[in-house]
Design a protein around this ligand. Structure first.
Ligand code: C2O
Ligand code: CU
Ligand code: CU
Length: 513
């Protein structure tokens, strides 16, 4: 079946219930304020032991060509046999053969062109999450890269399908930040990411270069995901249609798919040996639905073990000290941990206080014995320039209600209808967007980073500071953000980053004008 048929299914479902502004729909009905948005899918193989696998570091991708102003990369997407669980070989959907995919490292303002070649047996779409990207390279969910074996025409769709490969052009006029790239195919982002299509894309700039922060082998990206596996060690996902024609999960998993095995950089509950020195940890929650509350166990004497230096969109203006950090799907927290605060030989777990049993553990840091190395890094009081996005200048306020309906998840009463705009913000204008929820929804905007202003009319959480592209909202919560889209006119997306919600309708187009 073609993507066109998928769309007709969406539209068919949307036609059943009229799409419009919903007034008086009870929020939070039937939902409790539970920590976990989803249903646990249990692995059918024995759980691997904790703290045995070494932490893998995804390979850094070398450019295939470098010119005066552009770095060119090539990534072939293909099925590959990867080793995730000890004793098993797992077939994954991969970027260039690995899970996570290779890490791209770019300079701010330097054009990066990534050619994605699709050798998977189905269409894909690549989105650079957090990227300030022109529309035609943003990974609109119907801008498919069809496998080279030609697909039937999709001319009636509001997307541009290419055959075999596509060149994504990223100007990267944005500050140093931890971005990630992942599949964004309409209706199938959940399985796409679950089966392996996710990787880091880091941006560096001069402001960051000038700071005495940990770098090199003490600057470590950590992609946290939960997964479930079959009895023979294959990735298990509750597809509603094994042929991948109808989007979504089986009804039991519509709230979100939670795995029972925690992977960091593709290894179960791994271990990283560390020196008694400062490390920069770039935390990414790349799980489909699971939220975590991360904590060091034991905490260092005096607490404040996680010193946040960056958020989704880049460095904070000042560091913020946390004992624990809630992290929803797609969020990034850039933290510095000073292992010198622990005695030699200490073993420090990164734990998840929202988990139970094995999902309460993430990974372990094993601190070296022997004398501490010299460490001339510091966390300066001033990191980046203060974030200027003044809500006082906003002339437009828009409200978006994220709610569950029979048959799907909707924004303002609508299932995703590609080609229909929910908003048409003017480039350069500051706007206030108000989000309301009935359940956990990590809400994400493409193109622009935003600032969180309030939650339920109260000040935001300590972890809400800095530039954000994803906000972790709980059941029956209202938040206001200030957002300003700049530079690129075109069609972008507002959606829930619980990938099951996204695939089952909780997404909307907006067009910048
Ligand atoms: Cu990370 Cu539109 O998504
Ligand atoms: Cu995004
Ligand atoms: Cu959601």
């Amino acid at each position: 079946m073609t993507a066109g048929a998928n769309r007709r299914r969406f539209l068919g479902a949307a036609a059943v219930t009229a799409c419009g502004t919903i007034i008086g729909l009870a929020t939070g009905a039937g939902w409790s304020r539970l920590g976990q948005p989803g249903t646990l899918l249990r692995s059918r193989c024995p759980l691997p032991p904790t703290f045995r696998s070494p932490l893998p570091i995804p390979p850094i991708l070398r450019p295939s060509r470098v010119t005066a102003d552009t770095d060119y990369y090539e990534i072939t997407q293909h099925l590959a046999e990867v080793s995730i669980l000890p004793g098993f070989i797992t077939t994954a959907w991969t970027y260039a053969g690995s899970f996570p995919g290779p890490t791209l490292v770019s300079r701010a303002g330097r054009r990066t062109v990534v050619r994605h070649i699709n050798r998977l047996p189905h269409p894909v779409v690549v989105h650079l999450h957090g990227g300030h990207t022109p529309h035609d390279s943003d990974g609109y969910p119907l801008d498919l890269i069809a496998p080279a074996a030609a697909m039937p025409g999709t001319a009636a769709m509001p997307g541009v399908t290419t055959i075999g490969y596509r060149d994504y052009v990223y100007p990267l006029r944005q500050p140093a930040a931890t971005l990630w790239y992942h599949d964004h195919r309409m209706g199938f982002t959940g399985p796409g990411v679950w089966y392996g299509l996710a990787g880091f894309h880091l941006i560096h700039d001069e402001i960051e270069d000038a700071l005495p922060l940990p770098r090199g082998h003490r600057d470590i990206p950590l992609m946290i995901t939960d997964r479930a596996f079959t009895a023979d060690g294959q990735l298990l996902y509750p597809l509603s249609d094994r042929a991948l024609r109808t989007p979504g999960t089986t009804p039991a998993y519509r709230d979100g798919v939670l795995g029972d095995i925690i992977l960091v950089n593709g290894a179960p509950w791994p271990v990283l040996p560390v020196d008694r020195a400062r490390y920069r940890l770039r935390l990414l929650n790349a799980s489909n639905a699971r939220r975590y509350r991360l904590r060091l166990d034991p905490p260092p004497l005096g607490g404040g073990g996680l010193v946040q230096i960056g958020s989704d969109g880049g460095l904070l203006d000042h560091p913020i000290t946390h004992d624990d950090l809630p992290i929803a799907p797609a969020e990034r927290f850039d933290v510095v941990v000073d292992f010198h605060r622990y005695p030699p030989g200490a073993r420090v777990q990164l734990t998840n206080t929202l988990g139970s049993d094995a999902t309460a553990r993430i990974m372990r840091f094993d601190i070296a014995t022997g004398p501490a190395p010299t460490d001339d890094t510091r966390i300066p009081h001033t990191l980046a320039a203060p974030h200027t996005l003044d809500p006082a200048g906003a002339r437009t306020t828009r409200t978006f209600a994220f709610q569950s309906y029979p048959g799907g998840w909707r924004i303002n009463g609508c299932l995703y209808q590609p080609g229909t705009d929910i908003a048409r913000p003017r480039l350069g204008d500051t706007e206030i967007w108000r989000f309301t929820t009935d359940f956990h929804h990590p809400i994400h905007t493409h193109l622009g980073q935003f600032r969180i202003l309030t939650r339920d009319d109260r000040p935001p959480r300590p972890s809400d500071h800095g530039w954000k592209d994803t906000i972790d909202l709980g059941p029956a919560e209202t938040a206001e953000i200030a957002v300003r889209f700049t530079d690129y006119p075109g069609r972008y997306l507002l959606h829930c980053h619980n990938l099951e919600h996204e695939d089952m309708g909780m997404m909307a187009d907006f067009t910048t004008i």
